[in-house]
Design a protein around this ligand. Sequence first.
Ligand code: SF4
Length: 459
Amino acid sequence: MPYAGNVSMTSERPLRHVAVLTLGCKLNLAESENWALELRRRGIAVSDRPVAADAYIINSCSVTHVADRKSRHLVRLARRLAPEATVVLTGCFAESAGPRASELGADLLVANAEKAAAVRRLLELRPTTPVVGASTAHRTRAFVKAQEGCNDVCAFCIVPRTRGRERSRAPAEVVREVCSREDEGYREVVITGTQLGAWGRDFLLPARPADLIRAVLEESTVPRVRFSSLQPQDIGDELLALWQDPRLCRHFHLALQSGCDATLRRMRRRYSIAQYAEALARIRVAVPDVAVTTDVMAGFPGESDAEFAESLAFCRQAGFAGMHVFPYSRRPGTTASLLPGHLPSLEVRARVALLLQEAERSARDFRGRFVGRMLPALWEQRVSRPNGRAAWEGLTDNYLRVRVETDADLGGRVTAVRLVRDEGDALLAVPVEAGAEVGGVPCAPRAVSRLSSPAASCW
Ligand code: SF4
């Protein structure tokens, strides 16, 4: 990737405030969080929204043409918000766009392979002046990268080209980062990667994701560990047995892409619908009340009405807790872009709408199962209620968004609540007992973290 741009007009001013803007996957989130922590440790204020700043690090995405458009937009927006600022562009769009990325006006392009050094590269260009009292927002969930790259060749996917071959971080390195996140006050870590199920495959002595999870559970005390995307072929008894540990969040993101075997074959996915259904069933048997979320694509080249109907029907019976629905997006350089049978965008949009309806229905079904139940939630942000009352919003370990009306400061804490009503976008809850917290209450974490049935109350 070319080194582009000059910073002569902006480099004199001390760097006090950086906006780290992130698009795309959890891996991008993990990297952006690392930069934010690195900058904060140097006393530099960090924002994760497009505001006026001294510099920007834009962590772009190229998974769809919409992601490309958003990446371009962020570079232009940063330039508009602060014409003198230093703009660093990295991520998959910068990687796949090549020379087009440097024409956008970024001052510095950083390749995916050099991403870890993005802050150092920025600081080489801009001096810093420590700022006292840099923000200490509630730290709830930290994304920790365990793996990067993918050796698979799904027909629609640009990621192997932008992220390269599979590379796993050593377990000790991952555990070290998890422990430092906990020391910084995070209550939950999300272990993430491009192809997490491939973690350890590239070691001299190959290892499996179960080995990594075991290491994190045994060598850290972080209250909640969430494992991000896996594929059906990664689901096995050894892995599932680890979910006996109440610190492991009962949430699996199992990308489906299509509910039709013929489409899966053309997508070059490495599982059949029967294998996917079996993995789903095994997860649900091993982990009660588990949330399974997924990614589904509509409009893959050659997807006939019958194939789409089959895909939709499978999603209906699968009963997902959440579905990310994507329209197929033609990516230059992918084999799918050369396939015949690309569908008119109107047809693709119609199919996306049907999948979104199903996503809404199955998510509502999943939420409805927990009304009346008691669950612990990690509180993330204060929200205001239509009735003017103070409230907090958070997430249960099984991926339910919940909110509770309280004047207490619940930021970054895990407390148990009773879920009383589905409000459509979240479940309204009431505190089980005012002030009772997992961290602070005398109840053993085991009892608290898996308080699912009303009968199991220890209050
Ligand atoms: S598994 Fe397929 S979709 Fe996922 S990153 Fe690899 S090539 Fe892309």
